[in-house]
Design a protein around this ligand. Structure first.
Ligand SMILES: Cc1cc2nc3c(=O)[nH]c(=O)nc-3n(C[C@H](O)[C@H](O)[C@H](O)COP(=O)(O)OP(=O)(O)OC[C@H]3O[C@@H](n4cnc5c(N)ncnc54)[C@H](O)[C@@H]3O)c2cc1C
Ligand code: FES
Ligand code: FES
Length: 1385
């Protein structure tokens, strides 16, 4: 450890502060108890007496009217809460703005700042901002919950781009580039859209965008020229920017108001403050900067004192010196990136290290986190609490040092030394980090530097499985004509160790080697494998170790070949390493529109999209709290099967009450959900049935207190005399624990399986597939508000897909008649099936608490609890026997499927039916099965988008692929061989098959093969694979058939006095565009019959209103993809009634006046006492209520054999929507579902502990797709197929079936892995068929570790060994010739 002369003028080493100084500062601190002042959307806010742990988000949502700022994860991982924060720099008279996540930012740290939320950009009263309008017009908002955050991310990028000193942008076009526009939203999650339309909306602002590349929108029409297109966009005037920092705040800044928490403004003051805190023996103190650390550590305890470091100038230096760059500890990661880039660029080739450091840092978290996350905070988190930091690893590799203030002294130590210290105590402050230049000053020496962070998301917002950074100084050896490593530093971290390390043994081995050989590299790798050892229990430990090997190989291998000038080439190659991520998305959408039922069939923008973008759309948690409102949180069981002896809450968090099954009122029942198959309990009684089951509900004065109380509750369990829980389907079979599947919903077997097997030339017996769960990840978690009303009545606002069922559940629970209950649902921030059944217990518990306490109670379930309770998709185990001919024709298939339903039956007993709805897509000859729905002690599994159907379709593909592998023939041949004729389709699907002309799959499949140019691409892929060892590509074309059923649905249409129209439907608007289609249908039916001219646009007169279970009964389920069309049909029936009533009046008026205006007609109708409300209940005719949907997708992927990463290069889809009611809405459903399917097949790991409790329970561990993980090229065509007589205006469903198409990505990945395995076999000297390595199951999700494992965790070693032995053979045959390895890398 060395004491340094730190640059601070106010601190000298080892000098402590005098008493006088101390007294002076204390007086200053005491005077600071003044209110915070800040601005929100230009309005002045002055607040005091807030608990310092209050976040900006809590303040905005609970104390202001600005509700556009949404809470979705509360941990910095989603972007729903993003706001623009601006600070005034009085020295430079400059306003600096950036996005931040308001869920992590403490309210006290926004003192003197200005906040802009999406409402502040524009709104429905004052006019929307062009960002809002373009999001709406590009169909970039479905449920709308993510949209305000997206808009703010883009807005920030726009205003910062404007500040760039570049050539003037033309009016309406920003200086932002298309790539920057896409990157602006790369940290924001959206679960609905699939991102493509969001990316397009953002790119409309880019100066370099080609309008032709942008997707379907409501601004321009086919054939508009480029210029016209630009003109038609809502104009964006860069000269007319929003004032993000009001003048009055600048004055506030000058007046230097102070506030209650400690904000020292110099190092000296900081020392004094800390001294006095220590002297006061304050119980808990926190040094705070961005506070983003709480996103990871979820600190729930409050601190007695906060010391804000941001105003200390000595900690915010960025100083260049002769050794490198010094970065103050409070500098944000974003600022550090800018500084490193600036300096790196200025240094030219010598700036490699800085540029690469910046490049790596750009993949840490997301922009809105990096903007407030400090470098110092990151280092301290790693040092003190072993956070798996990227920054530590990369700074370690370049020999950084840190300056620390300890006991009034400044210490300068190597970062490596600092990491080895005991955890930094409170009294110590990290001041700055010194990063050396690392330029080589020896002539002929070259510096190589590279960093790595393999993670599920290439652009960041995901922790890596391991990180590494290597710095080497090499020179050319005259004697060996090779490369000598003069110096090397190999740093590794985040692989399941407490701190980043240097692989010193490997470094020592490599340094000084005269000429690096393959043998050296293999030896280095062996040494490394003995060094990179993750701690016991680290997930994917072997994978992480193999990554270290891969990167060392990738870094050093070019040096083996390097000769003379080749050193430069290798350097260049390494330099380009990170650029490969490049992710400018592109795609095309082909939709045919038809004027036949105008405005039905038009791609009009989604109803309410603009108010969703501006954040004015009201979700349940946006409804202001009524007076006296309480807040609730669930206490859930962590044990699957146990007796609950006691649930104890800690009084510190002021719980008002703890509600359990004991609080069910007399006459009520412990019921929390209900389906047509029966009820399930609300709370566990004495015995828990699953980890995640609600035990009780804590009620407190705020949501935060309720959450804290629930979090800290202590539950005493007793296991005496209890059997072990049933967690797996195997356990369930052993203990015969099943839910009964009623015969009428159990699917029918087809043909004679034994005969089919007898006909087969080959058989595969007892093959096994396992499929796991998937969490809904709706952006709005479960929520409800229950308000007691007179006479034991209750109004419940719930974000639910099934209000009618909830209504009845609450009435049963409270023991009141149904008419005492009213459930209101306006919109749902994403459902995906998770708010069908699983929303019921949440709202019911809330209602029970409100009933007992006679006060309004609301709940907004936090993300972790939501994930624990929600259940998700059904895991299952499939065993199959399949018989087939030598040409690939399958003659018989038998499946044994064990479905894990969890502890309640929910809708699980429909799973066998649903699985078969899609599995029958091929003609299996004979099809038999035995499916059991297992009752286990897991959380209840429920309907997740395409429940059972996605698994059924996948199983079909897995069998087909298995057969193809077994026969060693092209899988496409097997697919085609087994595709249905219309006759076989009718056998497998009965009446659902419809008429032969409706069976579009074969033609659609062929068409896609042509439009996607699959044959040509297959050839290119072969060539690519031949030329590349470490990247393998493959392509796969997958068809789907998806049967859906239309259910009865009510509707109500009323015409008001001014001619405006109000519509109520059974269906709920979940973001799927149901209201939009309903509006179009209403306008079509009424205007086509009752309006005289084209000028009358009834579309604008229609408003669809929230579902209210007392206003419209029998609403049923919004699920199964058909609610939009059934709601449209019910509305059509209502409109027909109104037309019938008004037609005579219209005819009479037309006769009298020649034509009649809509308003005149309505006035006349009123005068004649026409009833202006019409109700209907659409009941689809039996025999025509089920039908088939068809589609196909072709996906091309590239697998990185070294890391297991899969990049989706291109996906092309053709989907038959019948005659689409709204092609833009259907397109959104197709793309969104496909991307959700990518999540299931490729990314989303749903892991549980040994008690069955989900452990991937946050945005840190559960990774849904982001913009950088979707297909790079994404082409979708909606097939506007012919007339379908039994369908609603010939339309077909689009909500769920396209999700199944994502199996094409999985299949392509399997094919790419096959290529890698072929290569691996040859390296191992095995024959492919001998090792049988070509037949393998690729698990779901095919995440990076799994792909790498199948490609060979030891692929690098195998390659090296094969090269070494081949060289040895060559050497022995070509005696005397020097060895040169010229193989391409
Ligand atoms: C969603 C998300 C994703 C992330 N992903 C990554 C990633 O991929 N890779 C990665 O490396 N990091 C990642 N991070 C971590 C992030 O870099 C850190 O949270 C951040 O840098 C901490 O800085 P802060 O200013 O917010 O610190 P704070 O949260 O304010 O403080 C963190 C801790 O350090 C202490 N502290 C802060 N400054 C000092 C100081 N100068 N001296 C002494 N103690 C101090 C505080 O008391 C506190 O204990 C991620 C964070 C989030 C929220
Ligand atoms: S809610 Fe703040 S980032 Fe998710
Ligand atoms: S529109 Fe993005 S989450 Fe729903």
């Amino acid at each position: 450890m060395a004491h340094s002369s730190f640059h601070s003028p106010s601190v000298s080493n080892g000098v402590s502060i005098t008493m006088e100084e101390s007294a002076f500062v204390t007086v200053q601190a005491a005077a600071r108890d003044e209110p915070l002042v800040f601005a929100i959307n230009g309005e002045r806010f002055e607040v005091s007496d807030f608990e310092p742990s209050t976040t900006l988000l809590e303040y905005l949502r609970s104390h202001t009217r600005f509700k556009s700022v949404k809470l979705s994860c509360g941990e910095g991982g989603c972007g729903a809460c993003v706001v623009l924060l601006s600070r005034y720099d009085s020295v430079n008279d400059e306003v600096k703005s950036c996005t931040i996540s308001s869920c992590l930012t403490l309210l006290y740290s926004v003192d003197k700042c200005s906040i802009v939320t999406s409402e502040g950009l524009g709104n429905s009263r004052d006019g929307f901002h062009p960002i809002h309008e373009r999001f709406a017009g590009f169909h970039a908002s479905q449920c709308g919950f993510c949209t305000p955050g997206m808009c703010m991310s883009l807005f920030s990028a726009l205003i910062n781009a404007e500040k760039r000193p570049q050539e003037d942008s033309s009016l309406g076009i920003s200086k932002i580039t298309a790539s920057e526009a896409e990157r602006a939203i790369s940290g924001n999650l959206c679960r609905c859209t699939g991102y493509r339309p969001i990316a397009d909306a953002c790119k409309t602002f880019a100066s370099d965008v080609d309008m032709e590349d942008l997707g379907i929108n409501s601004f321009w029409t086919k054939g508009d020229c480029k210029n016209l297109k630009a003109e038609k966009l809502p104009s964006y005037n860069t000269n007319n920017q929003i004032n993000v920092f009001p003048q009055f705040l600048k004055n506030e800044f000058r007046s230097l108001k102070r506030h209650s928490w400690c904000s020292p403004t110099s190092l000296l003051e900081l020392q004094v403050t800390m001294k006095s805190i220590l002297a006061e023996n304050v119980e808990s103190v926190k040094l705070v900067m961005g506070n983003t650390g709480t996103g990871y550590y979820k600190e729930i305890s409050k601190f007695n004192k906060y010391v804000d470091l941001r105003y200390i100038p000595e900690l915010s230096v960025i100083r260049l010196n002769q050794n490198g760059i010094e970065i103050g500890a409070t500098i944000s990661i974003s600022e550090a990136i800018s500084a490193l880039k600036k300096e790196g660029k200025a240094m030219g080739q010598g700036g490699l290290v800085f540029l690469k450091l910046a490049n790596h840092m750009e993949k840490i978290a997301s922009g809105f986190v990096r903007n407030s996350a400090s470098i110092g905070g990151n280092l301290v988190m790693a040092q003190r609490k072993h956070f798996p930091s990227d920054i530590v690893t990369i700074l370690l590799s370049v020999g950084s040092t840190v300056n620390i203030l300890m006991d009034s002294k400044v210490e300068t130590v190597l970062l490596e030394e600092f990491l080895a210290w005991p955890p930094l105590n409170f009294g110590s402050v990290l001041l700055s980090i010194q990063i050396p230049h690392n330029q080589s000053n020896k002539i002929g020496n070259k510096v190589f530097f590279e960093t790595y962070r393999p993670s599920l998301r290439p652009l960041g917002n995901a922790l890596p499985y391991l990180n590494a950074a290597f710095l080497a100084e090499v020179s050319h050896s005259e004697t060996t004509n090779g490369v000598i490593i003069n110096n090397i530093c190999l740093a590794f971290g985040a692989y399941g160790v407490k701190r980043a390390i240097r692989a010193r043994n490997v470094e020592e081995f490599l340094v000084g080697k005269k000429s690096l050989t393959l043998e050296d590299l293999l030896e280095a790798i062996t040494l490394l494998k003995g060094t990179i050892i993750p701690e016991v229990g680290t997930p994917h430990a072997a994978y992480r170790c193999s990554l270290a090997v891969s990167f060392l190989f990738e870094f050093l291998h070019p040096l083996i070949n390097a000769r003379d000038g080749l050193v430069e080439d290798s350097l260049q190659k390494i330099f380009n390493h990170n650029e490969e991520i490049g992710f400018l998305l592109s795609g095309s959408q082909v939709v045919e529109t038809s004027q036949k039922y105008y405005p039905v069939g038009e791609p009009i923008a989604k109803t309410g999209a603009a108010i969703q973008a501006s954040g004015e759309a009201v979700f349940v948690d946006d409804i202001p709290s009524p007076t006296d409102c309480l807040h609730a949180a669930f206490i859930c069981s962590t044990k699957p099967l146990a007796r609950v002896k006691r649930v104890k809450t800690i009084p510190e968090f002021l719980p008002v009450d703890v509600i359990s099954y004991k609080d069910i009122p007399k006459g009520g029942a412990n019921v929390g959900a209900k389906t047509v198959f029966g009820p399930e309990p609300l709370f566990a009684d004495e015995l828990t049935s699953a980890a995640g089951q609600p035990l009780a509900l804590v009620v407190a004065d705020t949501q935060k207190h309720a959450d804290m109380a629930a979090n800290s509750a202590i539950v005493d369990y007793d296991f005496e005399n209890l059997e072990p829980p049933i967690l797996t389907v195997e356990d369930a079979v052993q203990r015969s624990s099943f839910f009964e599947v009623f015969p009428f919903i159990y699917p029918k077997q087809i043909g004679d399986f034994s005969r089919g097997m007898d006909e087969a030339d080959h058989k595969i017996l007892s093959a096994e597939i396992r499929l796991g769960s998937q969490y809904y990840f709706y952006m709005e978690t479960q929520c409800a508000l229950a308000i007691p009303d007179e006479d034991n009545c209750m109004v419940i606002y719930s974000s639910i897909q099934t209000p009618e069922f909830l209504h009845s559940v609450i009435a049963s629970c409270l023991g009141v008649p149904d008419h005492n209950i009213r459930v209101i649902t306006r919109r749902v921030g994403g459902g995906f099936g998770g708010k069908a059944i699983r929303a019921m217990p949440v709202a019911t518990a809330c209602a029970l608490a409100a009933f007992k306490l006679r006060r309004p109670v609301r709940i907004y379930v936090n993300r972790k609890t939501d994930m624990i309770m929600a259940g998700g998709r059904h895991p299952m185990k499939i065993t199959y026997n399949v018989g087939f001919k030598s040409d690939g024709k399958i003659t018989a298939l038998h499946l044994d499927i064990l479905i894990n339903a969890g502890f309640t039956q929910d809708i699980s007993i429909v799973m066998p039916h649903n699985i078969m709805c899609t599995l029958r897509k091929y003609n299996w000859g004979a099809l038999s099965f035995d499916m059991k729905v297992c009752k286990t002690n897991l959380s209840s599994k429920s309907a997740m988008r395409a429940p059972g159907e996605v698994q059924g379709s996948f199983i079909a593909e897995a069998v087909i692929e298995h057969v193809a592998s077994a026969l060693s023939i092209d899988v496409d041949i097997v697919r085609k061989k087994n595709m249905h004729t219309f006759d076989s389709l009718s056998i497998f699907y009965g009446v659902s098959a419809g008429e032969s002309h409706e069976y579009t799959l074969p033609s659609l499949y062929e068409k896609l093969a042509v439009t996607s140019r699959i044959d040509e691409r297959i050839e290119r892929i072969k060539e690519f694979n031949g030329n590349n060892k470490w990247r393998k590509r493959a392509i796969s074309l997958v068809p789907i058939i998806h049967e859906v059923t239309v259910r009865p649905t009510p509707g109500k249409v009323s015409i008001l006095q001014d001619g405006s129209i109000v519509v109520e439907v059974g269906g709920i608007e979940l973001g799927q565009g149901l209201w939009t289609k309903v509006k179009q249908m209403t306008a079509f039916v009424l205007s086509s019959s009752l309006c005289s001219g084209d000028d009358e646009n009834l579309l604008d007169k229609v408003r669809v209103v929230q579902a209210d279970t007392l206003s419209l009964v029998q609403g049923g389920f919004t699920a199964g993809s058909t609610t939009s069309e059934s709601s449209c049909e019910s509305v059509r029936l209502c409109c027909n009634i109104l037309v019938e009533r008004l037609m005579p009046i219209k005819n009479r008026l037309t006769e009298e006046k020649g034509s009649v205006k809509w308003e005149e007609l309505i006035t006349a109708g009123h005068l004649q006492c026409v009833s202006f409300t019409a109700n209907s209940y659409y009941v689809p005719a039996v025999g025509t209520n089920s039908y088939l949907n068809y589609g196909a997708a072709v996906s091309e992927v590239e697998v990185n054999v070294l890391t297991g990463q899969t990049k989706i290069l291109q996906s092309d889809i053709i989907y038959d929507c019948g005659q689409s009611l709204n092609p833009a809405v259907d397109l959104g459903q197709i793309e969104g579902a496909f991307v959700q399917g990518i999540g299931f097949f490729m990314l989303e790991e749903y892991l549980t502990n040994s008690d069955g409790l989900i452990i991937t329970d946050s945005t840190w561990t559960y990774k849904i797709p982001t913009i950088d993980t979707i297909p790079k090229r994404f082409n979708v065509e909606i097939l506007n197929s012919s007339h379908h007589k039994n369908r609603v205006l010939s339309s077909k469903a689009s909500g769920e079936p396209p999700l199944l198409l994502a199996a094409s990505v999985h299949c392509a990945t399997r094919a790419a892995i096959k290529e890698a395995r072929k290569q691996l076999s040859s390296w191992r000297g095995e024959r492919c068929d001998e090792s049988n390595s070509m037949v393998f199951q690729l698990p779901v999700p095919a995440s990076m570790p799994i792909v790498k494992e199948l490609c060979g965790l030891d692929s690098v070693e195998c390659y090296l060994k094969s090269q070494i032995s081949s060289n040895a053979r060559q050497c022995s045959s070509i005696d005397g010739m020097p060895f040169t390895n010229n193989k391409t890398f």
